[in-house]
Structure formats: structure tokens, C-alpha cells
Design a protein around this ligand. Structure first.
Ligand SMILES: [Zn+2]
Length: 413
């Protein structure tokens, strides 16, 4: 009996194939059009820059394809190579009880998947990013980042897994609802605490003090009806020359963060335009809405897991005799991967709508679109962003509208 094995393998294979086809489409589109100067950039971009954009995009895509291939093979090896029953049997023999066993089971699988990603991350950071002049990080800092991030994610996922297995043990029929309530509280707390506690473990955040722009910041914040604080400069240059800005946090931890790389390379009116865009995310409540979306989705996922976790077909399909909740949850996690991949464009669509709202807001707040257009152009050439993404690729993956479309929209208004 194969149960859901073949449907799963078909969906899994399809997701790998779609990713490869999208990458090929995108690279071919770039090779065909990458030398063309988009009309909004006319006279402002060198052929050498266009070539660097092409080379950079192709190098990153190629590495991504190898990583995808390797990780997909690893998923199949973990699922069908006998590791799951072996680990489950080992943990059962130790008789530690469900909570420690479940945590160790997930950590064991997580370590294998995580270690497999290290060589790719190293090559991306010290190979490609260094070759194109972005990466400034030392190996020592990379290692410190890696250890810190691993420790933090072990602590946070340990807390969630402990709660999950405790609730499954305590409330056979309603654990999904209790877990959702716990998860909602946890997410809310993390959204508030992340900028205050976790982000400062990796970077230094300083209130913006440049006298050239603080005046402009104050008047923009004032005009938007926000208290003139919560704008920070972060020391991103110790890792990379990539420049960016973002809005994060909830309640009192809400803040706009500007990379030092962006502050150093943009004119004051461009910096204020970027700031106005981030104020747009703040005023429109985008972080809050994304949180609500995540919570609704997690409720559906938890309820689905509850319905399927005792379903014998789930275990039989993969030939696994251990019907313990942690084995079931891992199998469901693997089943969810290709499903989540095919649903991911929905999140992209919402995110792109938010970005358009923030751009419109920035234009209205500053009363002009030219500085934002200049800033976007500088950001895209500084970061070697692909100016010619294939439309289907952009629709599938992009969290922001393609740059040329963003600029054209600002120009039209
Ligand atoms: Zn944005």
C-alpha cells in the first residue's frame, strides 16, 4: 500500500521542477534583455554595470540551483534512508518521555539539515558576495553569527516544541487550539522583543544623529503624526555593503532601521524618501497585518496536523512503524514543504501590495516622487538588483514589485 506516497512524490518532484524552470526562465530572460537599458534609467546606467548585474544574478542562481538539488536529495534521503525509524527507536530505548524525546528527535533532524546548508552559505558569503565586492564579514564574525543564531533558534524552537508535546500529551482532542493560543502569544511577544533583545545581539543600533537629516526626519515623522523617535542607524557594513532599510516591531518596539551603507551612499533627500516609505509601512500597520496573516495560517496548519497525526496512512505511506506524535509531525512537516512552496506567491502578492501602498504614502507625505525614484535607482545599482526579471519569476518570488515597475508607477502619479 502506498497511500499518499505517490501524490507526495509527484508534488515534491513538481516543486523541484518548477523552481528549476523558473530559474532557467529568469536567467534566459536576463541573457536576452540584460544589456538593454530600461527607459526609466536612460543615460544613467553603464553597460559595465548591466554586465555585473547579469553575472551576479547568474552566479547566485547557479549556486541556488545546486543548493536546492542537494537539499531536495537530502529530504528524500532522510525520508527513505531509514534515519527516522532508527532515531525514533534509539530515543524510545532511552525512555525519556515524550517531551525530551520529541525535542531531541527534531533537533537531530534539524542538525543534519542545518549542517548540510553550511558549505553553501560559506560559498555564498566568501565566494560570490566577496567576488562582487559586497561581503565585508570576517570568518570570525561569520562563526560568531552562526553560533549565536543556532543557539537562539535552539532555545526558541525548544520552547515551542516543549509546549507542543506537553499539550499533545495533556489534551488529545483540543491540543491544536491550546497550541495555537500559546503560539499566538509567543509570536506577539517575539514581534515586540525581536528588535529590543535579539537584533542587538548581532548589530549595534543607534538613534539617527546626523544633523543634516535629523531635522528632516523630525518634520516627516511629525507630518505623519508619529512621535519623532524610533529611527535607527545600524552597523550593517561590518558584514556586507548591501544597503537597505526596514520597519520592524510592534507597540513600543516599533522602529525604522536604516543601514549605515544606505546612509553613507545616499543624498539627504533620498534618505528622507526611503524613510517616508518606511513610515508608510508603519502608518498602514503592515507588520500588524502580516502577524494576523501568520496567525490565521498557523491555526489552519495546527488543525490540519491534529486531523492527520493519528491517521495510519500517514505512517504506512512512508513505511514507518513508529506512530509517535513527533514522527507524525516531522512527516507532516515534510508533506507541507511543497504545499507551502506553491502557496508562497500569495504572500508575495500581499507583500507587493504593501510595498505599493508604502511607495504611494511616501509620495504623498513628501509631496514629490523624484527623491524616492533617485533612491530606488541608487539602491538597485548599488545592490546589483536584476532590472530584467522574468514576469512569472517576479510574480512567484518577489516581495517587492520589480524595480522598473515601481519607478514607472511613481512617475505616472
Ligand atoms: Zn517597503
Amino acid at each position: 500500500m502506498t497511500g499518499i506516497l505517490f501524490p507526495y512524490l509527484a508534488l515534491f518532484g513538481l516543486s523541484v521542477a518548477v523552481r528549476f524552470i523558473l530559474d532557467r526562465l529568469n536567467v534566459r530572460h536576463l541573457e536576452a534583455h540584460g544589456h538593454e537599458v530600461p527607459s526609466v534609467f536612460s543615460g544613467e546606467i553603464e553597460p559595465a554595470t548591466l554586465k555585473r548585474i547579469r553575472d551576479y544574478t547568474v552566479a547566485r542562481t547557479r549556486l541556488g540551483d545546486w543548493e536546492d538539488l542537494f537539499q531536495s536529495a537530502l529530504v528524500l534521503a532522510v525520508l527513505f534512508g531509514g534515519l527516522i525509524p532508527w532515531l525514533a527507536r534509539l530515543l524510545e530505548g532511552w525512555q525519556l518521555g515524550m517531551i525530551p524525546s520529541g525535542i531531541m528527535f527534531f533537533f537531530g533532524i534539524g542538525i543534519i539539515m542545518g549542517v548540510a546548508g553550511i558549505p553553501f552559505d560559506l560559498y555564498r558569503t566568501f565566494g560570490i558576495e566577496r567576488r562582487f565586492g559586497f561581503s565585508t564579514i570576517t570568518f570570525k564574525l561569520w562563526l560568531a553569527d552562526f553560533l549565536k543564531a543556532t543557539l537562539i533558534s535552539a532555545i526558541l524552537s525548544g520552547i515551542l516544541l516543549a509546549a507542543l508535546f506537553a499539550l499533545i500529551g495533556a489534551a488529545t482532542k483540543t491540543w491544536w487550539l491550546w497550541m495555537w493560543i500559546f503560539y499566538a502569544g509567543f509570536q506577539l511577544l517575539m514581534t515586540v522583543l525581536y528588535p529590543l533583545v535579539i537584533a542587538p545581539l548581532f548589530n549595534k543600533f543607534e538613534p539617527l544623529s546626523d544633523p543634516l537629516i535629523t531635522g528632516g526626519v523630525m518634520s516627516l515623522m511629525d507630518k505623519a503624526g508619529l512621535k519623532a523617535k524610533g529611527v535607527y542607524r545600524v552597523d550593517a557594513l561590518k558584514r556586507s555593503r548591501h544597503s537597505n532599510a526596514y520597519f520592524t516591531g510592534l507597540g513600543r518596539s516599533r522602529r525604522i532601521v536604516l543601514f549605515d551603507s544606505l546612509l553613507d551612499s545616499h543624498a539627504p533627500d533620498e534618505i528622507l524618501a526611503v524613510l517616508a516609505h518606511e513610515i508608510g509601512h508603519w502608518k498602514k500597520g503592515h507588520v500588524r497585518m502580516q502577524l494576523v496573516g501568520v496567525l490565521l495560517l498557523s491555526l489552519a496548519v495546527l488543525y490540519g496536523a491534529y486531523l492527520m497525526i493519528n491517521w495510519p496512512v500517514l505512517y504506512d505511506s512512508f513505511g514507518i512503524a513508529y506512530r509517535t506524535p513527533y514522527v507524525g509531525l516531522l512527516l507532516l512537516g515534510f508533506l507541507m514543504q511543497p504545499v507551502a512552496f506553491f502557496l508562497s506567491p500569495l504572500a508575495g502578492m500581499v507583500s507587493r501590495a504593501f510595498e505599493r501602498q508604502a511607495d504611494d504614502f511616501a509620495r504623498t507625505l513628501t509631496g514629490q516622487s523624484e527623491p524616492l525614484i533617485k533612491a530606488l535607482k541608487r539602491l538597485s545599482t548599488d545592490n546589483l538588483s536584476n532590472l530584467h526579471p522574468h514576469p512569472v519569476y517576479a510574480w512567484f518570488y518577489y516581495t517587492h514589485p520589480p524595480l522598473v515597475a515601481r519607478i514607472e508607477r511613481l512617475k505616472r502619479a
